[in-house]
Write a protein that binds this ligand. Structure first.
Ligand code: GRF
Length: 189
Protein backbone atom coordinates (compact mmCIF):
# COMPACT_ATOMS: atom_id res chain seq x y z
CA UNK A 1 0.00 0.00 0.00
CA UNK A 2 1.57 3.27 -1.11
CA UNK A 3 1.11 6.05 1.42
CA UNK A 4 1.41 9.80 1.21
CA UNK A 5 1.77 11.58 4.55
CA UNK A 6 0.92 15.26 5.04
CA UNK A 7 1.99 17.04 8.22
CA UNK A 8 2.83 20.45 9.57
CA UNK A 9 4.60 19.57 12.80
CA UNK A 10 6.89 17.10 14.51
CA UNK A 11 5.72 14.04 12.62
CA UNK A 12 5.61 11.63 15.54
CA UNK A 13 2.59 9.91 13.97
CA UNK A 14 4.51 9.51 10.71
CA UNK A 15 7.32 8.01 12.79
CA UNK A 16 4.86 5.51 14.26
CA UNK A 17 3.78 4.57 10.73
CA UNK A 18 7.43 4.16 9.71
CA UNK A 19 8.10 2.03 12.78
CA UNK A 20 5.13 -0.24 12.05
CA UNK A 21 6.36 -0.69 8.47
CA UNK A 22 9.86 -1.53 9.75
CA UNK A 23 8.44 -3.95 12.29
CA UNK A 24 6.50 -5.72 9.55
CA UNK A 25 3.11 -5.09 11.15
CA UNK A 26 2.07 -2.67 8.37
CA UNK A 27 2.54 -3.83 4.79
CA UNK A 28 2.97 -0.38 3.27
CA UNK A 29 5.47 2.10 1.95
CA UNK A 30 5.61 5.87 2.45
CA UNK A 31 6.30 7.18 -1.04
CA UNK A 32 5.85 10.91 -0.41
CA UNK A 33 5.83 13.21 2.62
CA UNK A 34 4.52 16.74 2.16
CA UNK A 35 4.48 19.69 4.54
CA UNK A 36 3.09 23.19 4.24
CA UNK A 37 5.79 24.27 6.73
CA UNK A 38 9.29 24.08 5.34
CA UNK A 39 10.74 24.15 8.88
CA UNK A 40 8.57 21.32 10.20
CA UNK A 41 10.48 18.48 11.81
CA UNK A 42 8.37 15.97 9.88
CA UNK A 43 10.38 16.86 6.75
CA UNK A 44 13.73 16.39 8.48
CA UNK A 45 12.57 13.16 10.08
CA UNK A 46 11.43 11.84 6.71
CA UNK A 47 14.62 12.84 4.90
CA UNK A 48 16.78 11.28 7.62
CA UNK A 49 14.92 8.04 6.98
CA UNK A 50 15.59 8.37 3.27
CA UNK A 51 12.01 9.24 2.33
CA UNK A 52 11.03 11.69 -0.36
CA UNK A 53 9.91 14.81 1.50
CA UNK A 54 8.80 18.04 -0.11
CA UNK A 55 7.19 21.38 0.68
CA UNK A 56 3.69 22.55 -0.24
CA UNK A 57 3.93 26.23 -1.06
CA UNK A 58 0.65 27.85 -0.04
CA UNK A 59 1.58 31.14 -1.63
CA UNK A 60 2.14 33.00 1.63
CA UNK A 61 -1.32 32.23 3.04
CA UNK A 62 -1.07 31.38 6.74
CA UNK A 63 -4.01 29.01 7.04
CA UNK A 64 -5.73 29.04 3.63
CA UNK A 65 -5.13 26.12 1.29
CA UNK A 66 -6.18 27.51 -2.10
CA UNK A 67 -7.99 25.22 -4.56
CA UNK A 68 -5.27 25.46 -7.18
CA UNK A 69 -2.67 24.37 -4.58
CA UNK A 70 -4.90 21.48 -3.56
CA UNK A 71 -5.20 20.38 -7.18
CA UNK A 72 -1.43 20.58 -7.46
CA UNK A 73 -0.93 18.49 -4.31
CA UNK A 74 -3.39 15.89 -5.62
CA UNK A 75 -1.38 15.71 -8.86
CA UNK A 76 1.88 15.29 -6.96
CA UNK A 77 0.40 12.51 -4.82
CA UNK A 78 -0.97 10.72 -7.89
CA UNK A 79 2.34 11.06 -9.74
CA UNK A 80 4.12 9.47 -6.78
CA UNK A 81 1.67 6.58 -6.92
CA UNK A 82 0.04 7.36 -3.56
CA UNK A 83 -3.00 5.16 -2.89
CA UNK A 84 -3.90 6.34 0.62
CA UNK A 85 -3.34 9.85 1.98
CA UNK A 86 -2.65 10.11 5.71
CA UNK A 87 -2.98 13.49 7.38
CA UNK A 88 -0.76 13.51 10.44
CA UNK A 89 -0.84 16.87 12.16
CA UNK A 90 -1.64 18.68 8.92
CA UNK A 91 -2.97 22.11 9.83
CA UNK A 92 -4.88 23.10 6.71
CA UNK A 93 -8.38 22.09 5.64
CA UNK A 94 -8.49 19.69 2.73
CA UNK A 95 -11.19 20.50 0.21
CA UNK A 96 -12.79 19.28 -3.00
CA UNK A 97 -9.79 19.14 -5.36
CA UNK A 98 -8.09 16.64 -3.06
CA UNK A 99 -11.26 14.89 -1.92
CA UNK A 100 -12.30 14.29 -5.54
CA UNK A 101 -8.87 12.89 -6.39
CA UNK A 102 -8.93 10.53 -3.37
CA UNK A 103 -12.55 9.63 -2.52
CA UNK A 104 -12.61 7.78 0.83
CA UNK A 105 -8.84 7.55 0.62
CA UNK A 106 -7.85 10.43 2.88
CA UNK A 107 -7.54 9.71 6.61
CA UNK A 108 -6.89 11.99 9.57
CA UNK A 109 -5.96 11.41 13.19
CA UNK A 110 -7.46 13.78 15.71
CA UNK A 111 -6.58 14.01 19.42
CA UNK A 112 -10.07 13.68 20.93
CA UNK A 113 -13.07 11.41 20.90
CA UNK A 114 -14.89 13.08 18.02
CA UNK A 115 -17.45 14.59 17.73
CA UNK A 116 -16.18 16.09 20.98
CA UNK A 117 -13.56 18.83 20.69
CA UNK A 118 -12.94 19.28 16.97
CA UNK A 119 -10.43 21.89 15.91
CA UNK A 120 -7.25 23.13 17.48
CA UNK A 121 -5.65 21.83 20.70
CA UNK A 122 -8.37 19.30 21.42
CA UNK A 123 -6.44 17.99 24.44
CA UNK A 124 -6.50 21.48 25.99
CA UNK A 125 -10.23 21.76 25.29
CA UNK A 126 -10.77 18.45 27.11
CA UNK A 127 -8.81 19.52 30.21
CA UNK A 128 -10.52 22.90 30.36
CA UNK A 129 -13.92 21.27 29.93
CA UNK A 130 -13.28 18.92 32.86
CA UNK A 131 -13.84 15.84 30.70
CA UNK A 132 -13.44 12.49 32.50
CA UNK A 133 -12.01 10.82 29.42
CA UNK A 134 -10.61 11.70 26.05
CA UNK A 135 -8.64 9.89 23.39
CA UNK A 136 -8.06 9.93 19.68
CA UNK A 137 -10.01 9.29 16.51
CA UNK A 138 -9.02 8.12 13.05
CA UNK A 139 -11.60 9.26 10.53
CA UNK A 140 -12.18 9.76 6.84
CA UNK A 141 -11.62 13.34 5.79
CA UNK A 142 -14.54 15.27 4.36
CA UNK A 143 -14.87 18.97 3.60
CA UNK A 144 -15.57 19.92 7.22
CA UNK A 145 -13.18 20.33 10.12
CA UNK A 146 -12.74 16.94 11.83
CA UNK A 147 -16.25 15.92 10.75
CA UNK A 148 -15.74 12.92 8.45
CA UNK A 149 -16.99 9.39 9.21
CA UNK A 150 -15.23 7.82 12.19
CA UNK A 151 -13.24 4.65 11.58
CA UNK A 152 -11.83 3.92 15.04
CA UNK A 153 -11.22 5.54 18.40
CA UNK A 154 -9.06 4.87 21.44
CA UNK A 155 -9.88 6.19 24.90
CA UNK A 156 -7.64 7.48 27.66
CA UNK A 157 -8.63 8.74 31.10
CA UNK A 158 -8.26 12.40 32.01
CA UNK A 159 -6.60 12.49 35.44
CA UNK A 160 -7.33 15.07 38.13
CA UNK A 161 -3.84 16.59 37.95
CA UNK A 162 -3.59 16.54 34.14
CA UNK A 163 -2.34 19.55 32.28
CA UNK A 164 -2.91 19.99 28.57
CA UNK A 165 0.62 18.64 28.04
CA UNK A 166 0.30 15.50 30.17
CA UNK A 167 -3.02 14.63 28.57
CA UNK A 168 -1.63 15.21 25.09
CA UNK A 169 1.29 12.88 25.85
CA UNK A 170 -1.11 10.14 27.02
CA UNK A 171 -3.26 10.60 23.89
CA UNK A 172 -0.22 10.46 21.61
CA UNK A 173 0.75 7.03 22.93
CA UNK A 174 -2.65 5.80 21.72
CA UNK A 175 -2.38 7.72 18.44
CA UNK A 176 0.90 6.01 17.63
CA UNK A 177 -0.69 2.60 18.19
CA UNK A 178 -4.04 3.31 16.53
CA UNK A 179 -3.02 5.07 13.32
CA UNK A 180 -0.80 2.30 11.88
CA UNK A 181 -3.41 -0.27 12.90
CA UNK A 182 -6.20 1.53 11.03
CA UNK A 183 -3.97 2.12 7.99
CA UNK A 184 -3.27 -1.63 7.87
CA UNK A 185 -7.03 -2.20 7.35
CA UNK A 186 -6.62 -0.55 3.92
CA UNK A 187 -3.93 -2.95 2.73
CA UNK A 188 -5.26 -4.89 -0.26
CA UNK A 189 -8.43 -2.77 -0.53
C1 GRF B 1 -1.48 14.86 16.79
O1 GRF B 1 -1.86 15.01 18.13
C2 GRF B 1 -2.66 14.68 15.89
O2 GRF B 1 -3.73 14.04 16.48
C3 GRF B 1 -3.04 16.11 15.58
O3 GRF B 1 -1.81 16.80 15.49
C4 GRF B 1 -0.83 16.13 16.25
C5 GRF B 1 0.32 15.81 15.34
O4 GRF B 1 1.42 15.35 16.03
N1 GRF B 1 -3.84 16.15 14.38
P1 GRF B 1 2.69 14.76 15.25
O5 GRF B 1 3.17 15.83 14.27
O6 GRF B 1 2.28 13.50 14.56
O7 GRF B 1 3.72 14.53 16.31
Amino acid sequence: LKLGVLGSGSGSNMQAIMDAIDAGTLNAEIVLVLSDNEDAYILERARKAGLRAEVIDCGGFKTKFPDDKQAEVARRLKEAGVELVCLAGFMRLVKQPMLDAYPERILNIHPSLLPNYPGLMAWKQAVEDGAAESGCTVHYVDAGMDTGPIIEQAKVPVLADDTAETLHARIQVEEHRLYPEVISQFVGK
